[in-house]
Design a protein around this ligand. Structure first.
Ligand SMILES: [Mn+2]
Length: 407
């Protein structure tokens, strides 16, 4: 018995030893030259090859790999059971990833921003998707909140070195979520307000308010005989819930791109009154005709300020459905993709601590995947802004160690 136990232990340790040495090709007899040659020839992808991650970024299941550190993580939230009209945004993350395939380190320089976000100081990973139940929205909300807390509070790589950056911006990791319906913004804000111990300014691009009281939806069954408030959590009410929970910084949060119909007029008792009471400022889609894209960007920056922590939440339905039809609640008469991109460039200096691109529902998209491509472009612009602000913070004296280039 004892002898066989020893043999078994020896066998286990032998296996561990082999597994370890396989990680290090040198011990297996592979020369450094050979390994370098393999890397040079094969460790690359064309736009159309490879397993689909955002922009061919390395994929790690970060939620179950607590040792994984990053400055910026792409995370999918494939959730769409809180929608009021067309479902399908659970397939948004995979569609956006596929549409991002022409983005890579190799040709990633953003001429509008003057930066290549994939070849900079930042470690950027695709952390895969949050596994979210489609059967129970209370559990789904709990799962998403837990995931955002786990991923959003993880220290970036540079903070574990002796040359830890002095800039608070560089000391913090940040997430960009691929939605998913818009309700995913509630768990994101819960996590961010916990992380920063304060309400978060929200810059919300959307055709819709999303601050609707739950009773603004058919709610006759919501009475004392049915005390459940589960139906409160929807993709049109999550900012109402967030405001009630004190998660949103009143007076420094903005909607932009609005053109939705309202429940009961624009007066003191209407949807806008509820919205104003929660501290929001509204910029309509049509304001671009008077203000131009630069004027809209300026109005957002003036409202939010450059230092407040900002959650940037971008509903793809901000863009006209002629250009981005693959979405849950399309509203004709929106901005062009170029106009939205230029507005995003105009607000690039904000202190964005988290972001999402939501409501991409590929089953309604065109054969050219134009909606998913617009979403991938928007993620690229947001990434560029996050990296560009990091470069500015480094120049102010908070330089992170291990920076790959000066740009
Ligand atoms: Mn919307």
């Amino acid at each position: 018995m004892r002898c066989s136990l020893i043999i078994a232990l020896v066998a286990i340790f032998s296996c561990l030893s082999i597994a370890h040495s396989t990680d290090d090709g040198k011990e297996q007899g592979f020369s450094q030259e050979h390994l370098a040659e393999l890397q040079r020839k094969w460790d690359t992808d064309f736009a159309f090859s490879g397993v689909s991650t955002f922009a061919h970024l390395p994929h790690v299941r970060c939620l179950s790999s607590p040792e994984t550190a990053y400055d910026i993580a792409i995370i999918g939230a494939p959730f769409d059971t809180a929608v009021s009209y067309r479902p399908g945004a659970r397939f948004g993350p995979r569609a956006i990833r596929a549409a991002s395939s022409r983005q890579s380190t190799l040709r990633g320089f953003n001429t509008r921003a003057g930066v290549n976000p994939y070849n900079s100081w930042a470690t950027i990973l695709d952390c895969g998707d949050i596994p979210i139940t489609p059967f129970d929205n209370a559990l789904a909300l709990h799962q998403m909140t837990s995931a955002y807390l786990e991923l959003g509070t993880r220290p970036p790589p540079s903070t574990s070195t002796s040359l830890s950056p002095s800039s608070p911006y560089l000391q913090s990791s940040r997430l960009i979520t691929l939605g998913g319906d818009h309700s995913i913004a509630l768990p994101a804000l819960r996590a961010l307000s916990t992380k920063y111990s304060q309400p978060i300014s929200v810059v919300h691009f959307d055709a819709h308010l999303d601050t609707w009281h739950p009773a603004k939806y058919p709610s006759a069954w919501l009475n004392e005989s049915d005390p459940s408030t589960q139906s409160f959590f929807t993709h049109g009410t999550m900012f109402w819930m967030a405001a009630n929970e004190g998660l949103i910084a009143a007076g420094s949060s903005v909607h932009a791109g609005l053109r939705c119909r309202l429940t009961d007029g624009d007066g003191e008792t209407g949807d806008h009154a509820d919205d104003t009471a929660a501290g929001w400022v509204r910029i309509a889609t049509d304001d671009i005709d008077e203000l131009g894209y630069a004027g809209i960007a300026q109005k957002i920056v003036e409202q939010v300020g450059m230092e407040n922590p900002v959650y940037l939440s971008i509903d793809i339905d901000t863009i006209d459905p002629g250009l981005a039809p693959g979405t849950g609640t399309p509203e004709p008469g929106g901005w062009t993709t170029r106009e939205l991109v230029r507005i995003l460039r105009g607000i690039e200096g904000l202190n964005v601590v988290g972001a999402d691109v939501v409501e991409v529902a590929p089953s309604y998209d065109g054969v050219g995947e134009q909606t998913a491509q617009a979403a991938a472009q928007i993620v690229f612009e947001v990434l560029s802004s996050m990296v560009k602000r990091g470069i500015a913070e480094q120049k102010k004296g908070g330089r992170a160690s291990g920076a790959k280039d000066e740009l």
